[in-house]
Design a binder for this molecule. Structure first.
Ligand code: PA5
Length: 425
């Protein structure tokens, strides 16, 4: 992965981070790196995620999906970290599989989806590390019921990934469902490169070993300096800009297939770093589409943003046909890819010209290896940023509060705090 932070250093950038400040920050990066490596060596909770490129077992994942290889449809039932890594990989890499990520309990959406797909050709992957998440279990019960009603033997078409305990593990044991173990010591949002995120990619026909090989490159590139580690360059610069006022980080990939990556990044960044009154708010944008909407605000609105521009250096291209229309000579002989690249570079220049910091992230192409590297490097960037903020990167007490409150409300065991109302109708 290639990271260029030049436009965050520019003297005109506001907020910006002077290069000598980054040099001073590098001492803290070195200490943080030592702490991260110690955590990885001891396989401590959370840090164990950065070992997944070595500890994940691609052969076991391939074996688990093999009986479902002829399925035409994938229904991944899970939420948060149990959905977004898989969705990012499948949306980026494509493939013939009709993949759906059932992560919300919107009844209209669930009903429409179940009416739309052929359940007799569907493989269901139920994913929950805790095995107790209400949305996932409720959705699975609905899917199971729909399969029974359609005369499909759901036990033949379902496999799970879960931890050692919980309702999902009990269900798998009771019905003898094939079960993969969620990796120990790895929070959901850091589990894309494991039995949580990789089975969907394997079912879609992608090479999970190549994904892990890319991630291994990222692991090998972790050094004690932000000046020679792309992941740390990103994490340290985003942190340094945030403490100088860039409280918003707009993730803007220039590829439709990376739109879900921005969603994955948003979860990673928000749920890991949003603690103790700290954290940088992720925003999601898509180039070039959002040049015609959000860019106005990014360029001319409050000086509280970092814009992260992501692209692949190579891609399949499509020529723009010649036209008889006047004034379009500048498109002649060009391609959509040329246009997209020009848009990318023009946006970067336009932000720099108005003093808005941006960071450029490039991967060689959108393939298994580059995706593995991209996900790994952003996870490492997040872990580093967490060390610099001094927050507990791997916990999510606010999310757990919401889960408990919803369960308590439904069971009648817990009410909600009094709410002030000011109703206008
Ligand atoms: O990152 C996290 O820990 C969360 O987003 C979880 O992945 C999410 O809440 C789902 O949890 P579980 O996998 O236990 O169902």
């Amino acid at each position: 992965m290639h990271v260029d932070v030049g436009n965050a250093l520019a003297v005109e950038a506001s907020p910006g981070v002077p290069e000598d400040a980054l040099e001073r920050l590098d001492d803290r990066v070195r200490d943080a790196h030592e702490h991260i490596v110690a955590g990885m060596t001891r396989e401590e909770f959370g840090y164990a995620a950065l070992n997944l490129p070595k500890t994940a077992d691609p052969a076991a994942i391939e074996r688990a999906v093999e009986p479902f290889a002829d399925s035409e449809v994938l229904l991944n039932v899970g939420i948060g970290g149990s959905a977004l890594g898989a969705a990012t990989l499948v949306d980026a890499l494509g493939g013939d599989l009709d993949a759906h990520f059932l992560d919300n309990v919107d009844p209209e959406h669930v009903t429409a989806l179940l009416e739309d797909i052929d359940l007799s050709q569907t493989v269901v992957h139920v994913v929950s590390r805790s095995g107790t998440t209400a949305e996932t279990l409720a959705n699975f019960l609905v899917v199971r019921d729909a399969m029974e009603q359609a005369g499909v033997d759901w036990t033949e078409r379902t496999f799970v990934t879960t931890g050692p305990e919980g309702n999902l593990r009990d269900l798998a044991d009771e019905h003898d469902l094939p079960a993969l173990d969620a990796p120990e010591g790895v929070p959901g949002r850091f589990s894309a490169l494991s039995t949580v995120g990789l089975p969907a990619a394997a079912l879609a026909g992608h090479d999970v070993e190549a994904i892990l090989a890319g991630a291994r490159e990222g692991r090998a590139a972790l050094t004690g300096s932000l000046f020679d580690c792309p992941a740390y360059a990103y994490g340290a610069t985003a942190y340094a800009l945030d403490v100088r006022g860039a409280g918003i980080n707009a993730m803007m990939p220039y590829a439709e297939s990376l739109e879900t990556f921005a969603e994955w990044f948003a979860q990673l960044w928000a749920e890991s770093l949003g603690k103790d009154g700290l954290g940088q708010t992720p925003a999601r944008a898509l180039g070039a589409t959002d040049q015609h909407s959000q860019l106005q605000l990014y360029r001319a609105g409050p000086r509280d943003k970092l814009v992260t521009l992501v692209r692949a250096r190579e891609r399949e291209d499509r020529g723009i046909p010649d036209t008889e229309l006047e004034g379009l000579d500048y498109l002649a002989g060009g391609s959509l890819g040329d246009l997209l690249d020009a848009e990318f570079e023009a946006t970067e220049a336009s932000l720099a010209e108005s003093g808005v910091p941006s960071v450029r992230v490039e991967i060689p192409r959108i393939d298994e290896r580059s995706l593995g590297r991209l996900l790994y490097d952003f996870e490492a960037a997040c872990v580093l940023a967490g060390e610099l903020y001094g927050v507990e990167t791997f916990t999510q007490p606010a999310v757990e509060w919401g889960k408990d409150a919803a369960r308590g409300l439904l069971s009648g065991e817990r009410g909600l705090p009094e709410k002030t109302e000011l109703v206008v109708e």
